[in-house]
Design a protein around this ligand. Sequence first.
Ligand code: PMT
Length: 224
Amino acid sequence: TKNWELSGKTVLITAGPTREKIDPIRFLTNHSTGKMGYAIAEEAVRMGAKVILVSGPVSLAPPKGAELIEVESAEEMYRAALEYFAKADALIGTAAVADYRPKYIQKDKMKKKEGEQALELERTKDILFELGKRKEAHQVIVGFAAETTEIEKHAIGKLARKNADLIIANDVKQKGAGFGVDTNIVTIYKKDGSKLELPLMAKTEVARRILSEVSLLLKRDDSL
Ligand code: PMT
């Protein structure tokens, strides 16, 4: 059943990992399964939003009622997100985007040879940072922070650097949190300096909490 809290709003979500090609056989990636992002997409649909889900390769069923844009690399995810951002009221970046990609993609399979093999990497675009620069007053940006050390310091840093309204920090070393599991343990850091520490809960419930914060921020903008 819908509760229409986000009706009339467009929510753009990035989810899953990215794949950065090394050669026709191999790529660099990470442990993201898309569960957190897909849970947010499903919940946003339930709250009445128009949902655009830009997803890296995952094995989840497409959320009903959302528009799914499938991408592979960080660059493709950036382009898709940029295309839809102007029409979005909120951007929620749950994707685990590669920070580096191989500087050269080998046209043919790299053959093994004696000794060590170095792989030269270059930075990818930071999607949240790039869209943060284009953010308009009515738009809300939510980032995630997947950390293993100094969570609060990194989360607060990301809030400022990425021009985000909320950062959802998860300590991915904690049991029941982060990659792959159906639950998460998050702290929501807000721009006003306050934070909301949530206990272990299902990703669907985490999604609900994040989206109700987003809906409050969007309502505040509507009444300006
Ligand atoms: O997919 P699951 O298996 O359910 O796992 C969920 C999760 C652990 C992936 C999720 O909860 C999470 O923490 N997502 C963010 C992962 C991440 O890459 O965090 P980060 O701290 O490196 O990045 C910070 C923020 O910038 C994120 O919102 C990220 O989407 C964004 N980013 C990062 C790099 C980049 N090049 N572009 C980005 O937009």
